[in-house]
Design a protein around this ligand. Structure first.
Ligand SMILES: C[S@@+](CC[C@H](N)C(=O)[O-])C[C@H]1O[C@@H](n2cnc3c(N)ncnc32)[C@H](O)[C@@H]1O
Length: 285
C-alpha cells in the first residue's frame, strides 16, 4: 500500500478511536464502562454539575417537592431516602418547602458530588444525612423508609433492574417510590426501559400502581406505590437506620462532632467532607 493510503487509513482509524472514546466517556457518560468509570467521571466533573444543570430552586420546589408532597396526601413528616442524590437536588427542594417536616438520607457513591452536596446542605445536618454507599447493596433493613427517590440515575447503574428491586426492598408497604425514567434513549441505547418493561419490573418487585407524568425533555416522572399497607414510619434521626458493617446491629449514634459509633458494637466511623463514608467503612473491615 502506498504511503499516502497508509497515512489516510491511520488517520481514519485514529479519528474512529477518538470518536469511540468521546462517545464512551462523554456522550454516554461512561455507562457502558461500569460503575467505577461512571463514579470517577462524576468525581472529576462534580464542580461543573450544577452549572450544567442550572436547577432553579423555584422550579425544583414546584416540580419535585410539591408533586411528591401531593402524592403523600397529608403525611408531612416522612422518612425519605434519596438514592444517587448527586449535589443534593431533591433534599434541597424538600427541605426548602414549608410543608416538609420529614428527614432524609441522601446517598451517592461519588465523593466529589457529596462534598458539594455537604456545602449546600450546611446547617441541615440534623434533618439530612449524607451517606457514601453504592445503590445496589443499600445499608438499610427492609421497609425502612416511607419514601424512596432516585432521579436521573438508574440508567447510570451497572444493573438498573437490581437497583430498582433494592429501592422497593427498603420502602415500607404502601410507601411511595419516586423515580425518573429516561425517555430520550438516543445516547444510551439498551440502557433504558420502555413503559411495558418498567411496569413489569416494578410489578415483579412489589409495586402496586404506577403513575407516569411528562417532566423534562429526557425524562418522565414516575410515582409508584408499594403493595400492602403499613403505618407510616415518620421522621427519625437518619443514622438510627444505618446497618453496621461490622456486626448485625442497626443504628449509629454521634459520640463526638465527627465520630459516629455503632449502637451495638461501638465501632467508630469518622465523617469527613460532610458525609459518612459507609462504603469505605465496609471496605476497611
Ligand atoms: C445525573 S446524576 C443525578 C443526581 C441527582 N439525582 C439529580 O437529579 O441531580 C447521577 C448520580 O448518580 C450517582 N451514581 C452513579 N452510579 C451510582 C451507584 N452505583 N451508586 C450510587 N450513586 C451512583 C452519580 O455519582 C451521580 O451523582
Amino acid at each position: 500500500m502506498p504511503d499516502t493510503a497508509l497515512a489516510i487509513a491511520a488517520a481514519l482509524l485514529a479519528l474512529a478511536l477518538l470518536w469511540l472514546a468521546w462517545w464512551l466517556l462523554i456522550a454516554s457518560e461512561g455507562v457502558y464502562l461500569g460503575q467505577r468509570v461512571v463514579v470517577w467521571l462524576y468525581d472529576r466533573f462534580s464542580g461543573r454539575y450544577d452549572d450544567t444543570k442550572n436547577f432553579q430552586p423555584v422550579y425544583e420546589q414546584a416540580l419535585l417537592a410539591q408533586p411528591l408532597l401531593d402524592a403523600l396526601a397529608g403525611h408531612r413528616a416522612p422518612m425519605v431516602l434519596d438514592v444517587a442524590t448527586g449535589t443534593a437536588r431533591l433534599p434541597l427542594a424538600l427541605l426548602g418547602h414549608p410543608d416538609f417536616q420529614g428527614r432524609i438520607v441522601a446517598a451517592d457513591l461519588s465523593r466529589g458530588m457529596l462534598e458539594i452536596a455537604a456545602l449546600k446542605l450546611a446547617g441541615q445536618e440534623r434533618r439530612c444525612l449524607l451517606l457514601r454507599c453504592p445503590a445496589p447493596g443499600l445499608p438499610f433493613e427492609d421497609e425502612s423508609f416511607d419514601v424512596v427517590t432516585c432521579l436521573e440515575a438508574l440508567e447510570f447503574m451497572a444493573r438498573p433492574g437490581g437497583v430498582l428491586a433494592e429501592l422497593l426492598r427498603v420502602l415500607r408497604p404502601g410507601g411511595l417510590l419516586f423515580i425518573s425514567n429516561r425517555v430520550n434513549t438516543r445516547l444510551m441505547p439498551g440502557k433504558t426501559w420502555n413503559q411495558q418493561q418498567l411496569a413489569g419490573l416494578l410489578q415483579q418487585n412489589g409495586a402496586e400502581s404506577m403513575r407516569r407524568e411528562p417532566w423534562q425533555i429526557d425524562y418522565e416522572r414516575i410515582f409508584v406505590r408499594k403493595r400492602g399497607t403499613a403505618t407510616p414510619l415518620g421522621a427519625r434521626p437518619p443514622a438510627e437506620l444505618l446497618r453496621c458493617p461490622v456486626c448485625p446491629g442497626v443504628g449509629l449514634d454521634q459520640s463526638e462532632a465527627d465520630i459516629w459509633r455503632c449502637c451495638n458494637c461501638r465501632q467508630a466511623i469518622r465523617a469527613s467532607g460532610g458525609y459518612l463514608d459507609h462504603e469505605a467503612w465496609c471496605r476497611a473491615r
